[in-house]
Each structure stands twice: as structure tokens, then as C-alpha cells.
Ligand binder design. Structure first.
Ligand code: DP6
Length: 397
């Protein structure tokens, strides 16, 4: 921790995660306890991450927060819960004589500054990365080690899974106080090096119905959701097994089926919720046609509470699939760089492949692609030049 001047500062980064078995629905909205377990892949922070600096000083009069350059209301209840719970844990550790716990900062107010390197609320799980980063950074500030996903969960359910890298499950738990509703890594990011994720950014506008509000209406009105909760336990086992075995076919099929079932529960919600748009549906069709052409499941899609697709594939498929996306969704001439992240090579598309996908190209339908892979959990940034809060304790411009 940097302790220059009178402001102690800690900077951390945290990843985005994409669920392959979706969390949708709470049994306890205050504690954020889900109605089913879920499983996700952590995305690499080279491409997508939240960065948060927390600063503590005796001179600070109140807790304050800046998100993406703008000061926001610190009174947000979920934010308050995370602050309170990390402080509570720190006091508990201090009282039990933990030498690592940092008493100086514990009695001070904090200033928090957080930025994402991707559009907020674009259906790219920005709240997951944001809350994971906040909890991780506060814990570092207070010298806390150990299980923190229970606190991150109370910021945003899916945030608990961003506390680990690689392949992560969030066990729903059974206890009323939520103490067993935690995330666990099932395999590290190094487990499946060939696995690639392509984020197809369809529309970076603010999403229409937030996941928090959407899932609440689904719980109240969808009979299909009850059925879903019954079958998820078996799916969780199958999915863990597919990941352990690096069985792409099985992994891909379960991923698509679970995404479709989640969106089916949205349609079963009354009034219905539509997260997929026409472009999303074209992507779904394209993936199925691509797989049928090769007579093998080579690519899979999944969609969260928004129209953007996340495509899973293996390294050797990336060039061809990116080319297919470019062919059917030609980029706008004046648009931004189309392929971001890991590189891909331009390859010719065969005529038989094109005729297997009888779809008229939709210009500008996809804004850009982010080519990435599985990555590690939250990181502490040692370089003080990366602090987002200056020595004056305020957000840097
Ligand atoms: C569709 O974690 O954003 O992305 O707990 O209310 O903050 P809250 O909801 P949130 O919901 C995520 C829903 C999802 C599926 C998933 O990530 O598992």
C-alpha cells in the first residue's frame, strides 16, 4: 500500500465474467441470495477490466465515490453494504489479533475512484467487475485476506464470481444468512489455453430493463423459472465435467441451451422482457448454420441482459469465424477499429461455407469484436502511477 503524504492509497483491477450457467432470480433480495447456482468464465483483464483506487485519510470528512470520472452518490445501498461489511470483517480480524489488519485506515473515511475500460451497462457485466474491484481494493487497504466473495455478492450477485480467475461457480447455498452462498474456482485460467471468447458488441447503449429489476419480475411471474431452478443442479454438474474434460462440444451445447433457457424465462415473464434484438437473433442463426456446415459444434453463443453476444470457440477457429462475422456484418467505413484485443488473420471464406449461411449482410450490425481469453482474478497494482486518486485525496482528472 502506498502511504505517501497523509493519504493511504491502494489500486486494484478486477475482471468481467460471463456466465455459462446463468444466475437469474433471488430468493432473498436484501442479501442477494440466488434461486440457483451458476457458473462463469472470467475474461482476461488485458481486454476488459475495472480499476479502482481506494484512499483513506484522517482528513477526509466523508466517504466519497467517483465512477468513470463523475462523482456519484455514496448512499447507494449496495455500496453502503459492501463498505460496512468489509469494515466489519476488518474489525473482527483486528479484534482477534490479526497482525496484518491495518488499524490506521480502519477509522478513516475513504475516497473511491473507479473506471472501466469498456462501456458501462452495455450488458458486459460492468457492475460485476466494479463491485469485485471495490471489495478487493478495500480488503487490501485494510489488510484483509481470505474469502471475500460473500461481500462482493452483496454488491451485485454476479460480482462474487469476478473474485476468481478461470472457471468459477457460485454455490447458491442454503443458509438464511447467506454465509454459504459463495464463489469458488473450479479450474484456473491456465486449464484450457485454447479457449477463446469473442465479445460481439451489438449496441453499447444503456440497457432497457436492469438485471436487478428484470429478475425480480421473472421470480414473481414466470412459471418456467421454477422448472429451471429444478434442472440447474444437474446442468451445473454436467458443465463442471465438460470444463474439467475440456470437452468443447459438451461445453458449447450446454452454454447455448442455458442462454436460450434464460431468455425463455425472460419471455415467460409478464410483461415479457426482451434482451435479444434482431442482430442477436441473426448471430444465433449464424452460429447454428456455421456448426451445421462443419457438422461439429465449433462455436457457441451466450447472451446476458443485453443484445451483445459472447462467442466461445477454440483458437484454431478464430480466424474463420471472425471472417464470417465480418462478411455478414460488414463494418461501417467510418466506424472504429473492428477487431480489438487478440489478433486474428484474414482468411478466405469458401463458397460452400457462404452458401450454408443464407443471410443478407447487415452493415454496421456489429460495432466491434473483442477477441479475448480466460484470465486471472483481481490484481493489486503496485505502480503508484496508476493510482486514480491523487495525493490530495481527490479523483485525478
Ligand atoms: C444475466 O448480478 O447484474 O448477467 O445481483 O441484481 O446485481 P444483481 O444482478 P446481476 O445479474 C446478472 C444476470 C446475468 C446472468 C449472470 O451473470 O449469471
Amino acid at each position: 500500500m502506498a502511504q505517501d503524504g497523509s493519504v493511504a492509497r491502494v489500486t486494484c483491477t478486477a475482471p468481467v465474467n460471463i456466465a455459462v450457467i446463468k444466475y437469474w432470480g433471488k430468493r432473498n433480495a436484501d442479501l442477494i441470495l440466488p434461486i440457483n447456482s451458476s457458473l462463469s468464465v472470467t475474461l482476461h483483464q488485458d481486454q476488459l477490466k475495472s480499476t479502482t483506487t481506494v484512499g483513506a485519510s484522517r482528513h477526509f470528512k466523508e466517504d466519497r465515490i467517483w465512477i468513470n470520472g463523475k462523482e456519484e452518490n455514496i448512499g447507494n445501498p449496495r455500496l453502503q453494504t459492501c463498505l460496512r461489511e468489509v469494515r466489519r470483517l476488518a474489525r473482527k480480524r483486528r479484534n482477534s489479533g490479526d497482525e496484518n489488519s491495518n488499524t490506521l485506515t480502519l477509522n478513516s473515511k475513504v475516497h473511491i475512484c473507479s473506471v472501466n475500460n469498456f462501456p458501462t451497462a452495455a450488458g458486459l457485466a460492468s457492475s460485476a467487475a466494479g463491485y469485485a474491484c471495490l471489495v478487493y481494493a478495500l480488503a487490501k487497504l485494510y489488510g484483509l485476506e481470505g474469502e471475500l466473495s460473500e461481500i462482493a455478492r452483496q454488491g451485485s450477485g454476479s460480482a462474487c464470481r469476478s473474485m476468481y480467475g478461470g472457471f468459477v461457480q457460485w454455490i447458491m447455498g442454503v443458509k438464511e444468512d447467506g454465509s454459504d452462498s459463495i464463489a469458488q474456482q473450479i479450474e484456473p485460467e491456465t486449464h484450457w489455453p485454447e479457449l477463446r471468447l469473442l465479445v460481439l458488441v451489438v449496441n453499447a447503449e444503456q440497457k432497457v430493463v436492469s438485471s436487478t429489476a428484470g429478475m425480480q419480475t421473472t421470480v414473481k411471474t414466470s412459471p418456467l423459472l421454477k422448472y429451471r431452478a429444478e434442472i440447474v443442479p444437474e446442468r451445473m454438474m454436467e458443465m463442471s465435467e465438460a470444463i474439467k474434460q475440456r470437452d468443447f462440444e459438451k461445453f458449447a451445447q450446454l452454454t447455448m441451451k442455458d442462454s436460450n433457457q434464460f431468455h425463455a424465462t425472460c419471455l415467460d415473464t409478464f410483461p415479457p422482457i426482451f434482451y435479444l434484438n434482431e442482430i442477436s437473433k441473426c448471430i444465433i442463426n449464424l452460429v447454428h448454420r456455421y456448426n451445421s456446415h462443419f457438422d461439429e459444434t465449433l462455436v457457441a453463443y451466450t447472451f446476458d441482459a443485453g443484445p451483445n453476444a459472447v462467442i466461445f470457440t477454440l483458437e484454431q477457429q478464430v480466424d474463420t469465424f471472425v471472417e464470417v462475422v465480418k462478411h455478414y456484418f460488414p463494418p461501417e467505413e467510418n466506424g472504429e477499429q473492428f477487431l480489438k484485443g487478440l489478433p486474428a488473420n484474414s482468411v478466405p471464406l469458401s463458397e460452400p461455407l457462404k452458401s450454408s449461411i443464407p443471410m443478407d449482410p447487415i452493415k454496421g450490425g456489429i460495432r466491434y469484436i473483442i477477441n479475448t481469453q480466460a484470465g486471472p482474478g483481481p490484481q493489486l497494482i503496485e505502480d503508484i502511477n496508476h493510482h486514480l486518486i491523487g495525493e490530495d485525496g481527490l479523483a485525478k482528472r
